[in-house]
Design a protein around this ligand. Structure first.
Ligand code: MG
Length: 171
């Protein structure tokens, strides 16, 4: 595998694990605020991000490469209201989209068609992640100031359940 592509994919393992860490810190914030449903949502989001890391790891291993696990940065965000983490989530997902795009662009340049094919799942996934984040911002903006509505919203996010993503399920 091309050295530059290896480095990008290997770094993405770290970026996804950082995402898991970041969302766990969001879950901690909501848990502390008594919004257990929002906490549940981000705990599951953290699991999904760990899965993303595992998918990139699996790709390297299946291509006869050994992942090099790097140090994970410390999430350092502080929040002053319920909307803050949701805005931060959208910003973060846009950043991750740009990372996936960068890997795809590099794979295109190197004529690595296998990597391009592999990344397609993540390209779709990022559209979904951004859409979900925007949806949460909209709902919080619309309903967050009414206590009853907030309670219902929290209940809705409390029902989110974990499922194994397709690329790992067919392992
Ligand atoms: Mg991810």
């Amino acid at each position: 595998m091309d050295k530059k592509l290896y480095d990008l994919v290997n770094t993405q393992i770290n970026k996804e694990l950082y995402s898991a860490y970041l969302y766990l810190s969001f879950a901690d914030y909501y848990k502390d605020e008594g919004l257990d449903g929002f906490a549940n949502y981000f705990e599951i989001q953290a699991q999904e991000e760990r899965d993303h890391a595992l998918i990139f790891r699996k790709y390297l291993l299946e291509n006869d490469e050994v992942p090099k696990l790097l140090a994970i940065d410390q999430p350092d965000k502080t929040f002053s209201n319920y909307l803050d983490p949701l805005n931060a989530a959208l910003e973060h997902e846009k950043y991750v989209t740009s990372l996936i795009n960068d890997i795809y662009a590099a794979a295109l340049e190197a004529h690595d068609f296998r990597l391009q094919q592999f990344l397609k799942w993540f390209i779709d996934e990022q559209m979904e992640e951004e859409d979900n984040a925007r949806d949460m911002i909209t709902k919080m903006t619309l309903f967050g100031k009414d206590q009853h509505s907030l309670f219902e919203l929290d209940k809705e996010y409390g029902s989110r359940a974990y499922s194994v993503p397709t690329p790992l399920a067919k392992a």
